[in-house]
Design a protein around this ligand. Sequence first.
Ligand SMILES: Cc1ncc(COP(=O)(O)O)c(C=O)c1O
Length: 477
Amino acid sequence: MTTQASENTDNKSADNKSTSSSQYTQALQRQDNRFIHPWENMSDLGTNKRTIVTKADGIYVYDSEGNKLIDGPAGMWCVNVGYGRQEIADAMAKQAIEMPYFSPFSMGAMPSSVLAEKLAELAPGDLNHVFFTTGGSTAVDAALRFLAFYNNVLGRPGKKHIISRQDAYHGSTLLSASVSGKARDKEFMDLEQDYIHLLSSPNPASRPDGTSVSQFCEARVKELEDKILEIGPDRVAGFIAEPILASGGVVIPPPGYHKACLEVCHRYDVLTISDEVVTAFGRLGHMFSSEAVFDIVPDLITCAKGLTSGYVPLGALLISDRLLEQLKGDEDETISFSNGFTYSGHPVSCAAALENIAILEREDILAHAREVAPYFLTQLSTLTDLDLVAEVRGVGLMASVVCAIPGKESLELDYEIGNRIDAHCQRLGLLVRPVYHMCVMSPPLIITRAQIDDMVLILREGIGLATDDLRAEGFWD
Ligand SMILES: Cc1ncc(COP(=O)(O)O)c(C=O)c1O
């Protein structure tokens, strides 16, 4: 028991501590306001009071005030093996000492060659060649540039059109943003439009009343075929699709959709790009999901994120041997794919990727992900008894808790809902990723059942408190 005097002293030192920690946080926030974050709202620039995360371990991150938070989105769908992996840090440090960098333009370098071979071994079908990039956007960009290159070399310069889908997110370079389909991201931004076409979202929830899921699937596949025929098959180069539309709110296309789309594309000599930036390296319980989950072998696969579990940037474009074979030309011809980066196959990134893949294999994390995924989805689905929760959907370790006020829909309201849930959950110890009115959850793959329980409990309380706020503030009649 403490005496009154010592209690006062303790309180004082606790006060001092919290004052100095909040001064520390304020100083960090001031510095952070120099950082133009992705999707920065210009009217908040310079006045943001962002939480500053300072360390992380397992599935948790800690902010500058010492608060421990479950990382619900695993960073940005990427910290698959969890934080604090000494083995990855050691592999990176060893590589940095041995050879931090070498130009990929002329010579081969360790360990990018080893990683290329490893990815070829893990990838489906004959996708046995790898073009390394610096992240997901540059992998998608490289895939799209490759399609144009491929058709130019084959003497079909008019075969350039790309088909994508609404709700898709493929990145932030000019080309990868142009094939993205989130309408709200297009305001104020210039994009390529002349040869990019967006189909409707394959979200079964959007099907008209009285339409079955399989009828909906047929209609969406027919839309693809109709679009190819409308543009002309000799003018369509490719179809790009995320297996699950991730940032669009974990949109799960109907069963058989991807296979049927692939068949249509094959029929018209249209190449397929499976954008596995989110779904590769375990998020759906497999190294790659295209074949293992959706029974398709696309012509190209893009990946990034879980490739290094986010420890360091790296992306990759996997290309089918069949395509590359056609580009060889005559012996005396030089046909060069003039695309590449100073940091293509960066040694430190590749060392991190190799160790990350070794961890996934050694600890059988994919089996763990497959094992806990049904529990994750069942537990999240219990939230549908809350007034604000309209739908919970997910597959593997990615899910979206869709919130809505019955009978009301607007962008402003979507932000109000998402931001309130986000703020309450964070105070309670959970980071969610609010995508408008959806809470997207994609925790590190190492999450346990007990941690899933903690996560869902906080989400329940956070959504409940947000509901109270929305009612009190008159958003709910
Ligand atoms: C499916 C998909 N493709 C591409 C990207 C872009 O990747 P990056 O942010 O690494 O450039 C993302 C990012 O979230 C993504 O979800």
